[in-house]
Design a protein around this ligand. Structure first.
Ligand code: PEP
Ligand code: MG
Length: 546
């Protein structure tokens, strides 16, 4: 990529927020030096082969050390995939072949990996395409051990800018006071998920525009932008907001260990959204009323589909953590922005409008019932609610209930004990929200992320539509009110587990629309409780009121 000499004027690039935060730091551009341009003196093929094999072994040792220090199963899975690739003879063999014909180790490795990356990049299977970044990462790690590539250091207080950041690089770096800006990338990528769970500010999709390659930059996720060469007025405004944000975060923390109540004393339940079980390790169950959403997609990212015992162990861990508080676990919501290799359909023209969520589970009854059996067994250990994603018509809930009954029957035949479970639905398709009184469910949980994208016809991953997406507050309120009214009239609980639940600007509207149960990501727990406490609470709600 060619860059002109930076002009010394303020420049803003806008993108999508993958992880919120305000960071001021030194610009660090992570460029990819091309190893093939730095040939080392060629030795004999036997010596070059030894050089390459040593570099590959050193890369494997790095990765083993990295994985040993991780307590996060998903991150460990990413690193273990890389180790398996480096230990796979068929990955290294093309480079060995080039070395036998007289090529030096570094160019042989670079060219062989370029071929493999190209194969993965152009594969029709989403799974392989998603692994391209891992292959680029192992290519570079071996190149560094070959002395053909240097790694740019990332010091605390940096604004790191690059095309895509490898998850391993993320895990190896101390991100204190630093943030990340990606030219491309997606808020749903592995590295974005890691940034969110560790609270590192991250902006993605700012495009490949010309920008200064040094000096100071500000990551301002409140305004979805990165600002290069910020002027005095911009810096003053940024610092004021940063100081206010820190003060607010400190004030919000006071609400963490109290039950949430509005200013006029209305009790509001605040639950947690969890995307992987390790998130619970650093959290105190006493700070929440339960787990309102477990996104079980993390179980389906490995090489093999998880069996009943693997799933049970994972759900049991959450139920144990919750200590008697309700745990709502969503069945697999694959498809859309969350493809699962071998399960989701290839080549759908619009995966968000395709075979995703329950539409996919229905086509794979065996896999769905394995999950249901594991959930039923976990329910013997504590209160578990089963939540079905992407319900569009009432018949789908009927089908889900039939399959749940079959799963119960299968456990009974095996003599395995299981518990009672409520069967609820996500309300995230406008058709379901509009006709909610036709659906038989034990509880309703509003998925505002999808509901908003479907009702506004704005892709949730499209940064160009952010403004439009937020430009019509009335329409969502209308749908939330409708769901709350039906839940209240039928004596069931309505809650919300989309990102809107943890948005302090949206919370007054959600409470006024009648919601009394919000489920939010861990980082939003204290701010949500604080926003509830600051609200007057004007209208009585459905379900969880006391
Ligand atoms: C939602 O759509 O609001 C939701 C909670 O589900 P997800 O973000 O996992 O699609
Ligand atoms: Mg959804």
């Amino acid at each position: 990529m060619a860059h002109r000499k930076p002009a010394n004027r303020e420049l803003r690039l806008t993108g999508t927020v993958a992880s919120g935060g305000l960071v001021a730091g030194q610009v660090v551009c992570l460029d990819r030096p091309d190893g093939t341009q730095q040939p080392a003196p060629v030795q004999t093929p036997a010596q070059e082969k030894t050089v390459l094999d040593r570099a590959v072994s050193a890369a494997v040792s790095d990765l083993r050390a990295l994985v040993a220090g991780l307590d996060d199963e998903e991150a460990a899975g990413i690193v273990e995939f890389q180790i398996a690739m480096l230990e796979d003879e068929t990955v290294v063999e093309p480079a060995h072949g080039a070395i036998r014909t007289g090529t030096a180790a570094a160019p042989a490795w670079a060219v062989a990996m370029a071929g493999l990356i190209d194969d993965y990049e152009t594969a029709s299977d989403d799974y392989f395409r998603a692994r391209t970044a891992d292959l680029a990462d192992i290519r570079d790690r071996v190149m560094r051990h070959l002395g053909a590539m240097r790694e740019t250091p990332i010091r605390p207080g940096s604004v790191v800018i690059c095309d895509n950041l490898a998850p391993t690089r993320f895990l190896e770096t101390d991100w204190s006071g630093s943030g990340i800006v990606l030219y491309a990338g997606s808020a749903c990528a592995h590295v974005a998920m890691l940034a969110r769970s560790r609270g590192t500010a991250m902006l993605v999709g700012v495009g490949h525009g010309d920008h200064p390659r040094g000096g100071v930059a500000l990551i301002d996720t409140e305004n979805r932008c990165v600002i290069f060469n910020p002027g005095a007025t911009t810096v003053n405004d940024f610092e004021r907001r940063r100081a206010a944000g820190l003060a607010r975060a400190q004030a919000d923390r006071r609400f963490l260990d109290r039950p949430a109540k509005t200013a006029d004393g209305t009790r509001v339940e605040v639950h947690l959204n969890i995307s992987q079980p390790e998130e619970l390790d650093s959290l105190d169950p006493a700070h929440c009323d339960g787990i309102g959403l477990v996104r079980t997609e993390f179980l389906f990212r490995g090489e093999r589909l998880p069996d009943e015992e693997t799933q049970l162990a994972c759900y049991a861990r959450m139920v144990k953590w919750a200590g008697g508080r309700p745990v709502t676990i969503r069945t697999l919501d694959a498809g859309g922005d969350k493809p699962v290799a071998g399960l989701t359909l290839e080549g759908e023209s619009n995966p968000f409008l395709g075979v995703r969520g329950f539409r996919l589970s229905r086509r794979h009854e065996k896999i769905f019932k394995t999950q249901l059996r594991a959930l039923l067994r976990a329910a013997a250990l504590g209160p578990v609610g089963i939540m079905i994603p992407m319900i569009t018509v009432p018949q789908e809930m009927d089908a889900a209930r039939r399959l749940l009954n079959e799963a119960r029957g299968e456990l009974a035949v095996r003599g395995v004990s299981y518990g009672n479970t409520a069967l609820g639905m996500m309300v995230e398709v406008p058709a379901a929200a509009l006709c909610i009184d036709r659906f038989t469910a034990d509880f309703y949980s509003i998925g505002s992320n999808d509901l908003a994208q479907y009702v506004m016809a704005c892709g949730r991953d499209n940064p160009h539509l952010d403004e439009l997406m937020e430009g019509h507050p009335g329409v969502l309120r209308e749908l939330v009110e409708r769901v709350c009214a039906h839940a209240g009239a039928s004596g069931r609980q309505a809650s919300i587990c989309g990102d809107m639940a943890g948005d302090r600007q949206a919370i007054p509207m959600l409470l006024e629309a009648g919601l009394r149960c919000l489920s939010v990501p861990p980082a939003a727990l204290a701010p949500t409780k604080a926003a509830i406490a600051r609200h007057g609470g004007r209208k009585s709600g459905a379900g969880a009121d006391d």
